[in-house]
Design a protein around this ligand. Structure first.
Ligand code: PA5
Length: 447
């Protein structure tokens, strides 16, 4: 993995960036010594190096059991309890995996509990009606409405389809070690469970069973993934000074840009398989930094697709943005552009070239155009899309986020703002315990 700041550093004052260099080293030290805000939730910092082979074997054995029994596995979870697994699975699978029915090596993995769409749930249940399916139910609090609702529906359906005893072997709960409705339910029903450590918050939990189990079920190599994260843990360790530390460099430049008025960071990829990584990254940075009326707004685009929709704005709109481009050095597969005798489409100038070469020139051309247009460009390169590089990717962005949040002077590990909509929703739905709020909200709406 490499990070290049050249096309971003030219947009900020050299002394401002210099000051931030030492600020990021100090912030990295806070992650290490646990003296920063939210220090109950920094268990992710040394999580990769603490993962043992025995633990990975336990996760793999559980995944193998689900793979044996099920043609479809539903991952029920929301936010930090699903985005990481989905990001990895969609990056590793064929883009057309959902349509491949014959000779499948892996079960279909589908997602639920991340919305309250009645049509979505009805269509999921229609799809499952003639399938052998299982459920991984993931919720740290064990009380998240979206996830609990989907799980109630799917559990009821599964028990009707295969009986309570078989259902027990096809349901796994990933939750808190002791607290929450999901823990009580799992204990009562006798489900296999995995623990989300107390000191790892949802959006930092992809390297716990929250991510590892669904990734192993989908056929991903979790050992290689963890190895990538372990290597990145070393590369971003507190002992590694700014000049060599990519997480410190990323945190410094994005804070320097923010201080100079660039309020929006757009994560850019040139590979559609990375779409869900952007969704994961947006939660990681948005929920960690967007507080106390501060924080860069994390946005994302998939190029070249979105050059034909958002390209105009990025090139020419308000100059409050910067881009962080995730560049993948090598495509995993090879497709050559064929020669055509008639050349009616005028594409013979590309004949014999790899499609990836065309994509790379689009990437370079876009970078030059956007920098010329006043958009700072942070460039991050990973060798290829595989488990090892993805493990690096995940940990790099986690570490960068922790450091960046401390530099911004917020608590990067809480999310108090997420509760506001829940309180109103529960009041509107007359949830027991919300009687006062219910009266108040109804009076407000009646005005
Ligand atoms: O990062 C977070 O804390 C959140 O995104 C949670 O992961 C999300 O709200 C789901 O919560 P839970 O796992 O408790 O169901």
């Amino acid at each position: 993995m490499q990070i290049c700041l050249k096309n971003a550093a030219s947009f900020v004052k050299a002394d401002a960036l210099k000051q931030l260099e030492s600020a990021t080293e100090a912030a990295n030290q806070l992650l290490e010594n646990g003296k920063g805000a939210g220090n109950d939730y920094i268990g992710w910092v040394h999580l990769p190096s603490s993962i043992t082979d025995a633990f990975l074997a336990e996760v793999q054995a559980c995944a193998d059991e689900l793979r044996k029994r099920c043609e479809v596995v539903i991952v029920a979870g929301i936010g930090g309890s699903y985005l990481g697994a989905r990001a990895v699975n969609e990056a590793l699978a064929s883009a057309f995996d959902a349509f491949v029915a014959k000779d499948r090596k892996n079960p279909y993995v589908v997602y639920a509990g991340n919305n309250i769409g009645e049509d979505y749930l009805a269509e999921l249940m229609e799809f499952l009606a003639d399938k052998q399916f299982g459920i991984i139910n993931i919720s740290k609090s064990g009380t998240t409405t979206e996830t609990a609702l989907a799980f109630r529906l799917l559990k009821t359906m599964l028990e009707k389809q295969v009986g309570k005893e078989e259902a027990k072997h096809r349901i796994v709960a990933v939750t808190d070690r002791a607290k929450g409705a999901l823990r009580s339910l799992a204990t009562k029903e006798g489900y296999k469970t995995f623990v989300i450590p107390d000191n790892v918050g949802g959006r930092f939990s992809v390297l716990t069973p929250v991510g590892l189990l669904p990734i192993a079920v989908a056929g991903g190599d979790i050992k290689a993934l963890v190895k990538g994260a372990q290597d990145m843990e070393k590369a971003t360790d507190v002992s590694v000074k700014y000049a060599e530390n990519p997480a410190c460099q990323y945190a410094a430049i994005r804070n320097a840009l923010y201080q100079s008025g660039k309020k929006i960071e757009i994560l850019v990829n040139f590979n559609p398989k990375l779409h869900y990584f952007s969704e994961w990254w947006k939660q990681l940075y948005g929920e960690s930094e967007g507080k106390d009326h501060k924080g860069i707004f994390p946005a994302s685009v998939d190029f070249t697709t979105d050059l034909h929709s958002m390209g105009q704005w990025i090139q020419d709109g308000e100059r409050s943005i910067f881009e962080t481009v995730i560049s993948i050095e090598k495509a995993n597969k090879t497709v050559l552009v064929p020669m055509d005798a008639e050349n009616l489409d005028g594409l013979n100038f590309l004949a014999g070239k790899r499609v990836d070469e065309v994509d790379k020139m689009a990437e370079l051309g876009t970078q030059l155009a956007h920098v010329d247009g006043g958009v700072p460009n942070i460039h991050i390169t990973f060798e290829k899309i595989d488990e090892y590089n993805i493990g690096q990717f995940i940990y790099f962005f986690e570490r960068g986020c922790g450091i960046s949040g401390y530099v911004l002077d917020v608590n990067p590990f809480n999310q108090p703002g997420v509760e506001a909509y829940k309180k109103n929703m529960f009041a509107l739905l007359d949830k027991p315990g919300y009687e006062e709020e219910s009266k108040a909200i109804k009076a407000r709406l009646a005005k």
